[in-house]
Design a binder for this molecule. Structure first.
Ligand SMILES: NC(=O)C1=CN([C@@H]2O[C@H](COP(=O)(O)OP(=O)(O)OC[C@H]3O[C@@H](n4cnc5c(N)ncnc54)[C@H](O)[C@@H]3O)[C@@H](O)[C@H]2O)C=CC1
Ligand SMILES: O=C(O)C(=O)Cc1ccc(O)cc1
Length: 362
C-alpha cells in the first residue's frame, strides 16, 4: 500500500487507550511504518496491543507530534486535557463517538483548544479490547473531523493525514452536525437492534433455529458493550430522543393498523410505512459512496474446497465485476450459499450464463 500511497504523517504518534480503536489505529499506522507509542491506564492492555504489533509502550523520551485519545467517552475530555498539558507542542485528537460533549467540557474548564481537534472514525466492531483490533478497520470508512474556529489549518491537516494514513476518508463537519447525524445513523440503530434482540431472549429453541439473515442483519450490533453505549447514548440524548419519538409514532401506527387490519385504511397505513422504508433504505450510499442499488444473486455451492474460487474465476471469465459478496452455510446441509451483488444491467444475462454453466442459482 505504501508504494502507491506514501505515508503522510512523518512523525511520532501517541495513542492513549489501547483497546479496539486505539490498537486498530496503531496496527494501521505501523503497517505504514509510522512510529507509534502506546499508553493506557491498564498496563496489560498496552502490553497486549504492543504484542499484537500496534506500537511500542510509551516512554519518557517520546516526542509525539500527534496524540490520538481512544478512551471511553466519559473520560475523553479529562484525558485530552492531560495530554494537551503533558505535550505542549503536539496536536491532540480523539475518536469518541460523540463530539459536542467533550468539546463543551473542555471549553467550560477554560482549556485552550487551539491544538485539539475532535474526530470520529465511523468504523467499529461489536467487541472492544485490543484483541478485537484490526489494521484494516478504517479502509474506505468516513472519518469525521470537527474543526472549530480556534483550529489552525496546519493542525487540521495533521488529523486529516492521520485519517488518510489509516485508509479512511476525512469528512469535515461541525460537532453539532456530527452528533445529529450519528444520532440518526448509528445511535438509534443501536437501540433498535438491541431492543429487537431483547425480544429473542425468551424465545423457544424451535423459533430461534429458524433465524435467517434478516434477523441476523437487524440484531448484529446488539452484541455491543452496554458500558460503552450507556456513555454514548447519554452524551447524545438531544439528537436521539427526537428520532426515537418519530420511530415510536410509526410503531404505534403499524401496531394500531395491524390490531384491526380489516378497518378501512389500515392496510394502506401499513403499505405506506413499508414503502417509506424502501425510500429510506435507498438513501444509504452503496459501494464507493454511490447511491445506486445492486442486484443480488444467490448461487448454491457444494461445501468442498475450491468451489468459491471456481465460481469467482467463472464470473471473471464472464467479465462480471462483483460489487459485494457474502458466504453463508445452510444449516444441516453440505452446501454453501454465495450471495453477491452485480450492477442490475447484467443480472438477467448472468443468470442465464450461470445456469448454462451448471451453477445452481437460488
Ligand atoms: N467500539 C467501536 O466500535 C467504536 C468506538 N469509538 C470510540 O472509541 C473510543 C474507545 O472505544 P473502544 O476502543 O471500543 O473501547 P475499548 O474498551 O476497547 O478501549 C478503551 C481503552 O481505554 C482505556 N482507558 C479507559 N480509561 C482510560 C484513561 N482514563 N486513561 C487511559 N486509558 C484509559 C481502557 O483501559 C481500554 O483499554 C470510545 O470513545 C468510543 O466511543 C469510535 C468508533 C467505533
Ligand atoms: O458496526 C457498526 O456498524 C457500527 O456502527 C460500529 C460503530 C460503533 C460506534 C461508533 O462510534 C462507530 C461505529
Amino acid at each position: 500500500m505504501s508504494d502507491t500511497h506514501p505515508v503522510r504523517l512523518n512523525a511520532q504518534v501517541r495513542i492513549v487507550g489501547t483497546g479496539l480503536l486505539g490498537a486498530s489505529i496503531g496496527l494501521a499506522l505501523r503497517s505504514q511504518g509510522v512510529d507509534v507509542v502506546l499508553a493506557d491506564s491498564s498496563p496489560s492492555s498496552v502490553r497486549l496491543a504492543a504484542d499484537l504489533g500496534a506500537g511500542r509502550p510509551a516512554s519518557a523520551t517520546d516526542v509525539p507530534q500527534v496524540i490520538v485519545v481512544c478512551v471511553p467517552p466519559d473520560v475523553t475530555s479529562d484525558v485530552i486535557e492531560a495530554e494537551l498539558r503533558a505535550y505542549p507542542s503536539a496536536v491532540v485528537t480523539d475518536v469518541a463517538s460523540v463530539k459536542l460533549a467533550p468539546l463543551n467540557q473542555l471549553r467550560e474548564r477554560g482549556v485552550d483548544i487551539t491544538r485539539y481537534i475532535g474526530s470520529h472514525p465511523l468504523a467499529g466492531r461489536e467487541r472492544g479490547g485490543a484483541i478485537s483490533a484490526r489494521g484494516d478497520l478504517f479502509i474506505g470508512r468516513p472519518w469525521v473531523v470537527c474543526r472549530v474556529e480556534e483550529t489552525p489549518p496546519w493542525a487540521l491537516a495533521l488529523v486529516e493525514d492521520l485519517a488518510l494514513d489509516v485508509g479512511a476518508v476525512p469528512i469535515e463537519m461541525t460537532p453539532q452536525a456530527h452528533d445529529q447525524a450519528v444520532g440518526l445513523v448509528s445511535h438509534v440503530p443501536q437501540i433498535v437492534s438491541s431492543l429487537m434482540a431483547k425480544q429473542l431472549e425468551g424465545a423457544s429453541d424451535d423459533a430461534v433455529r429458524l433465524a435467517g439473515q434478516g434477523v441476523r442483519d437487524v440484531t448484529r450490533i446488539a452484541a455491543s458493550s452496554p458500558e460503552l453505549w450507556i456513555q454514548i447514548l447519554g452524551a447524545n440524548k438531544d439528537s436521539i430522543v427526537g428520532v426515537l419519538e418519530n420511530l415510536q409514532k410509526d410503531l404505534q401506527n403499524v401496531t394500531d393498523a395491524l390490531r384491526d387490519v380489516d378497518a378501512p385504511g389500515a392496510r394502506t397505513i401499513i403499505a405506506e410505512e413499508m414503502s417509506a422504508g424502501n425510500a429510506g433504505v435507498a438513501r444509504l450510499p452503496g459501494k464507493h459512496g454511490q447511491n445506486r442499488r445492486f442486484a443480488q444473486i444467490v448461487v448454491l455451492v457444494d461445501d468442498r474446497p475450491g468451489q468459491l474460487a471456481q465460481l469467482l474465476t467463472e464470473l471473471g471469465e464472464l467479465n462480471i465485476n462483483v460489487e459485494d459478496l457474502r458466504l453463508e452455510h445452510a444449516e444441516g446441509a453440505q452446501m454453501g450459499m454465495v450471495e453477491f451483488s452485480v450492477i442490475p444491467e447484467v443480472r438477467d444475462s448472468l443468470l442465464k450464463d450461470l445456469e448454462k454453466r451448471n451453477w445452481r442459482v437460488a
